[in-house]
Design a protein around this ligand. Sequence first.
Ligand code: GDP
Ligand code: MG
Length: 293
Amino acid sequence: MTIRWYPGHMGKAQEQVSESIRKIDVVIEVLDARLPLSSSNHQLEEMRRNKPCIKVLNKHDLADPAVTRAWVRTFEARAGVRALPLSARQHSDTKQLIKLCQGLVPHRGKPGWPLRIMVVGIPNVGKSTLINTLAGKRMAKVGDKPAITTCAQQIDLRNGIVLSDTPGLLWPDMSDQVAAYRLATSGAIGAGALDYTTVGLFAAEYMMHRYPELLKARYKLVETPDSPTAVIEAVGRCLGCLTGGGVVDQHRAAEAFLRELRAGKIGRISLEEPEPDGGEQPESLPHGEETDI
Ligand SMILES: Nc1nc2c(ncn2[C@@H]2O[C@H](COP(=O)(O)OP(=O)(O)O)[C@@H](O)[C@H]2O)c(=O)[nH]1
Ligand SMILES: [Mg+2]
């Protein structure tokens, strides 16, 4: 199955983000910590020119902490890039983000000379959640002041920082089918674009190779199932996704499996990891011969 998913107006969105970046000091790119590469936008590096960028590895609470640490090292090896794992709902986490921004542009953040930040990222990574947590109850719009009219509307965080109140919408590279499957597994792609059974089998294959112990613990299995279908079968039995005749309903079982995986019920899992040599993209196909995922 080929996943196709092209939200509308993407070309225009890219132009707007590119234009807005000219007038800000720090770009905050929100990524999904479970799949930081597949949830990134490859044009952003070009779009941000030489502006400092913080890669927020959001939904840290759902990701494998060791893999997230490896991603932080990979990103921070790039010029002008910092990386911070966090949970966008956590105030304490976002305070660290503010400190990092201030450290990157120390000459800004003074009266009449605010530090201007913008949150960008693909749909569903948590941009709005992050903006809401950053803004908190002290949120104030200051878009009518010429000196700081850098975007349509801004939120004055009252600590020398102004935040663009609309997130810069980017899009993932859907021509990469492995990335598309990872995005679908994470829930970043809307239900209309995918077939639960196929995505469930992709996720099952990944989990049986990468996190067999988590699978066994969650679904009370003695042995790791030997095929993706057997994983879904086992999940269906454990969760009671059965048809009238007591046979596992594959579709319902796959849907339940994905729901559990996305909610972190199976454990903290990452869907991709950087290569040890600093390269980023492990090559693998959803149902091909390769099994390096
Ligand atoms: N577990 C977890 N869920 C999060 C986190 N941040 C956001 N979410 C959830 O991710 C979904 C998408 O978030 P949203 O802010 O609307 O994403 P946006 O499309 O980038 O603005 C929502 O269901 C949020 O509750 C996080 O740090 N951890
Ligand atoms: Mg949003």
